[in-house]
Ligand binder design. Structure first.
Ligand code: ATP
Ligand SMILES: Nc1ccn([C@@H]2O[C@H](COP(=O)(O)O)[C@@H](O)[C@H]2O)c(=O)n1
Length: 674
């Protein structure tokens, strides 16, 4: 996950390959609550691991459920309808799928068994209406206080007396989650008689109710329904664990990769695993909308393969009531259409993680699009000239994931102006449902060009430290090229290959069994990181790095580090030889005295004995050899910026480089958090 203030997506090209989806959020949180209320142990396989499921798990633990997690399996021992505590203060973040059903379940439990429960969340959760559910529960006899603003969380649930002679009445035209909450909670009240629910108004998002009914049935609760207006929970309904349940992939999350296939699956399809034609999720019908726009889709029970069909995409005018979450993806696909796209019946977007109609209109306009917004619709004109935009994401995972699709602007035929990057602010908001979304995206797209920053300079000038910090700030990969020469030196010593044997060293380099595990370097499976950092390894590296054949043998390996979303490479010839097209080249220096002093402190702090004078002599000898060699000598690239950090600390050096990089981006000032 990219826990950085913003993530820059360079213009992206064709896509191909396989993505495995995380578990469905809607199914995960429903299953968790049902398992938590059941008697006995339920094993959930492939449960979504995200912010929203974590708050639900925490709440269940607080109520007395035993939870064990082991790889793909989550085992929940339920409370059999009897919480271990009669008081709890539960924090539910911004998870509507936790807040609504827990409100209903705990309100009923508090009324039946006594109790005092507080449910709260992040500030946005306290702006998301829950009044219709509270009214329904109050009508049932539950005692509920809205402790902030009436009709919104936080809520305090403390007792009451259930009145079951009348049907429970709930509005269905704002959010179907209120009905879902009642359906999941009211089996708790069926001890003496059946319980009836009457929906007032036209029920929206019916597919989500179908998921609820399907999962209730797996837990032994057969709801009788008359149309979509009246539901009956039979007398004596009891949650019975089905034992093991597999959580299918998230169909809303699939929408981004379905769109990806429609936009960029040109030479090969994008394969999506975890969800398919047998899905019980309503958002699987996003496939039909994508097909209407021209996508070519083939499917199996739990997989989809999508490739580009019509191009540009075909404009649509669609009632999106049946796919409220996935429909957001259509708003960005509309930029690539052959005419205006109209998405109708999307009023529920206004009460989601943010007001999604307003947010989508604002952000699409930043890209240059003409957008018309109404109370319950959005009309988006296709875009010929994309502007580089810094996309605000409103703490809304779907805004981040949808708008990432704007980075495919170079693929639009007849697009005017240059291909532009897209900046996604607060990219970690995807943690709500798809923590590794950007990693998954990067694994299947081919970039037009991956941004590179090079940092070259003499020994102990701080290149590695600077490169690592800059990369961490930007979410980029790193290449410590000196490490590659060091590892060849170590392998050569072990294999008895002399430092003078150019051909032997080159052959050795091309068959190295190297693996990187975070910052650790594994040579034929052995972790040699600490050995490589020794000064002797640096001196050996400097001796062998003079050989052109060895440098050639390592060339492609180094280029392979250039991966999305970007690379910071440090060494001696990064800017001059390996990445001559880098977007920013820094030549980092410091006085020999400063460098020797730093290296001395570095070694001493690791408990390695060292003498300052010897270190200075060694590094000056190494500099001379690196500068004096015929091939790829140490020198600044013609277009490098010189940075002498003798008097700058690490933070100041990092800030300089970030500022230089930001100046070269088309977004204005870098977003530094919100
Ligand atoms: N600006 C700085 N001010 C003070 N100390 C620094 C600065 N930059 C780096 N250092 C320290 O200097 C030491 C050497 O830094 P680092 O290992 O990053 O250098 P390097 O140029 O990558 O070295 P080498 O070429 O040997 O790989 C480290 O202990 C690091 O913390
Ligand atoms: N791009 C590079 C990087 C390093 N070298 C040689 O390796 C030696 C060790 O490098 P460190 O950065 O890890 O200290 C260095 O002295 C160079 O001789 C190189 O040639 N090209």
């Amino acid at each position: 996950m990219y826990a950085i203030p913003s993530l820059d997506l360079p213009p992206l090209g064709h896509a191909a390959g396989t993505v495995r989806l995380p578990g469905s959020k809607s199914i995960s949180n429903r299953l968790l609550l049902l398992a938590g209320l059941s008697q006995g142990c339920t094993t959930l396989v492939d449960l979504l691991d995200s912010d929203d499921t974590r708050v639900m798990l925490d709440a269940l633990r607080a109520l007395g459920c035993r939870i064990e997690q082991d790889g793909r399996h989550t085992r929940i021992t339920g409370i059999a309808g009897h919480p271990a505590v009669d008081r709890a203060d539960l924090f539910l973040g911004n998870a509507g799928t936790a807040m609504r059903p827990l409100t209903a379940a705990l309100a009923v439990l508090a009324a039946e068994q006594g109790g005092d429960y507080v449910l709260r969340g992040v500030p946005r959760m306290h702006e998301r209406p829950i009044g219709d559910l509270v009214d329904a529960l109050r009508g049932l006899g539950c005692d509920i206080d809205c402790t902030g603003q009436e009709g919104y969380p936080p809520l305090r649930l403390r007792g009451g007396s259930l009145r079951l002679d009348q049907p429970v009445r709930v509005r269905g035209d704002v959010s179907s989650q209120f009905l879902t909450a009642l359906l999941m909670a009211l089996p708790l009240a069926t001890g003496q008689q059946p319980v009836h629910i009457e929906v007032q108004g036209e029920l929206i998002s019916k597919p989500y109710i179908e998921i609820t009914l399907n999962l209730l049935e797996r837990f032994g609760i057969r709801v009788e329904r008359q149309g979509w207006q009246r539901f009956t929970l039979p007398r004596g309904s009891r949650y019975q664990t089905p034992g093991e349940v597999h959580v299918e992939g998230d169909a809303s999350s699939a929408s981004y990769f379905i769109a990806l296939g429609a936009l960029a699956g040109v030479e090969a399809p994008v394969r999506i695993e975890g969800v398919g034609s047998a899905s019980i999720q309503g958002d699987i019908r996003f496939v039909e909308a994508a097909e209407a726009m021209g996508a070519q889709v083939v499917s199996g029970p739990n997989w989809l393969e999508v490739r580009r069909g019509a191009w540009p995409l075909k404009a649509i005018d669609l009632d999106c009531n049946h796919i409220p979450d996935a429909a957001m993806t259509l708003a960005v696909m509309a930029l690539y259409a052959d005419g205006p796209c109209t998405l109708r019946n999307i009023a529920s977007w206004r009460v989601k993680e943010t007001d999604r109609i307003a947010a989508m209109a604002i952000e699409l306009r930043k890209l240059g699009a003409e957008v018309e917004e109404g109370a319950d619709f959005l009309r988006v004109q296709p875009l010929r000239r994309f502007a580089a935009a810094s996309i605000h994401t409103y703490d809304d995972h779907r805004m981040a994931m949808c708008l990432s699709l704007a980075a495919f602007n170079a693929l639009r035929d007849g697009v005017e102006g240059p291909a532009v990057p897209v900046r996604i602010e607060d990219p970690k908001c995807v943690a709500k449902t798809f923590p590794d979304y950007f990693e998954a995206l990067f694994s299947v797209v081919r970039p037009l060009s991956v941004p590179v920053i090079t940092i070259d300079g003499p020994t102990a000038s701080g290149k590695g430290t600077l490169a690592a910090e800059v990369a961490a700030r930007l979410g980029y990969h790193t290449l410590d090229s000196g490490m590659l020469y060091r590892v060849v030196g170590l392998a050569a010593t072990r294999a008895g290959i002399a430092a003078s044997d150019e051909a032997g060293l080159a052959a050795l380099a091309s068959r190295l069994q190297l693996r990187f595990d975070g910052t650790r370097v594994l040579l034929a499976g052995e972790d040699v990181t600490d050995l490589l950092r020794e000064e002797g390894a640096g001196v050996m590296a400097s001796q062998i790095s003079v050989w052109p054949a060895l440098r050639t043998a390592l060339h492609d390996l180094q280029c392979g580090f250039r991966q999305l979303p970007g690379l910071v490479a440090d060494g001696r010839d990064m800017g001059t030889v390996i990445f001559p097209q880098a977007g920013l080249k820094v030549f980092l220096t410091a006085t020999p005295a400063a460098r020797a002093e730093r290296r001395y402190k570095q070694l001493i702090s690791k408990g390695i004995p060292a003498k300052l004078d010897d270190l200075r002599q060694d590094l000056e000898a190494r500099d001379a050899r690196d500068k004096g060699r015929a091939t790829a000598p140490l020198k600044p690239a013609g277009d490098a910026i010189l940075l002498d950090n003798s008097g700058l600390d690490v933070d100041a050096s990092v800030q300089r480089v970030i500022d230089w990089w930001s100046e070269r981006q088309p977004f204005g000032h870098r977003a530094e958090g919100r």
